[in-house]
Design a protein around this ligand. Structure first.
Ligand SMILES: NC(=O)c1ccc[n+]([C@@H]2O[C@H](COP(=O)([O-])OP(=O)(O)OC[C@H]3O[C@@H](n4cnc5c(N)ncnc54)[C@H](OP(=O)(O)O)[C@@H]3O)[C@@H](O)[C@H]2O)c1
Ligand SMILES: [Zn+2]
Ligand SMILES: [Zn+2]
Length: 331
């Protein structure tokens, strides 16, 4: 019976170390030794929940259940937000298993394990082989952050001639700049202040606009697409005037409140608002290939995978000082 160390949230927001025990492997279950985990903005929402945190995992296959077919001991794999789905509903059949009504996702299922841990047991069907050129600490943030922004761009048919806005230069945003730029788009970054300008330009941005306190946002070309990757929803009345007719907004921020947007500019300019959550496995795999081919890697800050290391990383992200993705590594 496998058992491993895990790190959980708790009522007061402190991180608790605990042990998770699993039954012997059945079906296509795979036991992993975790090597690295990204710290996503969404983990901050679950910090006060009694559950194991983390959903940007990378690890090494230790052992496999009787029905596992494709992986072998020693393989390096990643996993993200979704751990299982029914496999036979319409959403699953069309490769949109992220919208399966029986999906098992972070925060809703498998609360006894996550990627802030030293081990995990997941289904082989929801694990991704990591391309050799991506080190563990670079591959981890791609498992949710990278997958989420690539999905918005790829699944909704981003065209290389588009001007794509990326709002928020955090874990998701700094990857989105690289993906959109490598897809051939003109990339306009909208960030709170000027602090991240140099790095955003180095990552592939063509234009950078600081938005804090602005009464009006000015861009040199209207945006055909806008990925909102800020940790809070933006002021939509400032955003609508910089959108081209027919533009698509991807509001990716996790925000419990209602979505409220000026109605007339939406109607008169034929704007689409496209929600989405992470990526299906098909898109996730393509994302990893694309990232490896174009050398798209996060800029990371490493912390030890310990109670103290996790609390330090979360405190830094909370203060807005992370550049640009925290990664916990087993020392
Ligand atoms: N839809 C999905 O599937 C999905 C998947 C993963 C994450 N998410 C969500 O996406 C959001 C971003 O995640 P992340 O991991 O990239 O977080 P992050 O690293 O904290 O980045 C968020 C960025 O938002 C800006 N920001 C910070 N505080 C802000 C505030 N109070 N108001 C407005 N903007 C603020 C900052 O960028 P600037 O300094 O450039 O302004 C910051 O770097 C989170 O809400 C997360 O829960 C959604
Ligand atoms: Zn995430
Ligand atoms: Zn299904």
């Amino acid at each position: 019976m496998p058992s491993f160390t895990v790190f959980k949230g708790s009522k007061d927001g402190s991180i608790q170390q605990s042990e998770t025990k699993k039954n012997d492997l059945t079906g296509d279950q795979v036991l992993l030794k975790v090597t690295a985990s990204g710290l996503c903005g969404t983990d901050m929402h679950y910090r006060t929940a009694d559950m194991v945190l983390g959903h940007e995992g990378v690890g090494i296959v230790e052992s496999l259940g009787p029905d596992a077919k494709y992986l072998k001991k020693g393989d390096r794999v990643g996993w993200g937000y979704e751990h299982d789905s029914c496999g036979h509903c319409e959403q699953c059949l069309k490769g949109s298993e992220t919208y399966c009504s029986e999906r098992a996702m972070y925060g809703m299922a498998d609360l006894d394990q996550g990627s802030f841990a030293k081990g995990a047991v997941w289904r082989e069907a929801f694990l991704f082989k990591i391309p050799d050129s991506l080190p563990d600490e670079a591959a981890a943030p791609l498992q949710c952050g990278g997958a989420t922004v690539f999905n918005a761009l790829h699944t909704y048919n981003t065209d290389p001639v588009e001007t794509v806005g990326i709002m928020g230069v955090g874990g998701l945003g700094h990857l989105a700049i690289q993906f959109a730029s490598k897809m051939g788009c003109r990339v306009v970054v909208l960030s709170g202040s000027d602090k991240k300008k140099d790095e955003a330009m180095k990552l592939g941005a063509h234009e950078f606009v600081a938005t804090k306190g602005a009464k009006e946002i000015k861009v040199s070309q209207p945006l055909n697409r806008l990925l909102v990757t800020t940790s809070a929803m933006p002021q939509w009345d400032l955003v609508m005037p910089i959108l081209a007719p027919g533009a698509t907004i991807h509001p990716l921020s996790v925000d419990e409140g209602n979505f409220s947007i000026p109605n007339m500019p939406l109607i008169l300019n034929g704007i689409t608002v496209q929600g989405s959550v992470v990526a299906s496995r098909y898109v996730h795999r393509r994302m990893l290939d694309f990232a490896a081919r174009h050398n798209i890697q996060p800029i990371v800050e490493k912390f030890p995978m310990t109670q103290k290391g996790i609390e330090e990383g979360m405190a830094k992200l909370d203060k807005g000082e992370m550049r640009y993705r925290g990664v916990f590594v087993i020392e």
